[in-house]
Design a protein around this ligand. Structure first.
Ligand SMILES: [Zn+2]
Length: 104
């Protein structure tokens, strides 16, 4: 019996993983509100504009595949992430100057 049969397999949208990882840097670069609500809106916006890419991996081992895919599609993802950050940043879901924070 191979140990592999006992591994836990997960199906992940690798695009979601990559956007989530790169979002904070983009928010800083564009210089807009990056509170919990805006960040969630940006993630949703970007994912709605990118085709999903599902991969099967062993639980906890998403990152090896992730780096490969990230390199191939880097430019396309950067455009979508920047667009999401700018669009939500210009029109946040909360009143200006009132970010949704953990403490609220
Ligand atoms: Zn905000």
């Amino acid at each position: 019996m191979d140990n592999e049969y006992f591994e836990d397999y997960v199906v992940t949208n690798i695009i979601e993983e990559i956007v989530d990882l790169r979002l904070d840097k983009a928010i800083k670069e564009v210089g807009v509100c990056g509170c919990k609500r805006c960040r969630a809106d940006m993630l949703a916006y970007a994912l709605n504009h990118l085709p999903p890419k599902y991969v099967v991996s062993i639980k906890g081992d998403v990152y090896s595949r992730l780096s490969t895919y990230s390199n191939q599609k880097q430019a396309e993802l950067t455009v979508a992430i920047t667009e999401a950050v700018k669009t939500v940043g210009k029109n946040p879901s909360h009143p200006e100057g009132h970010p949704i924070t953990e403490n609220k």
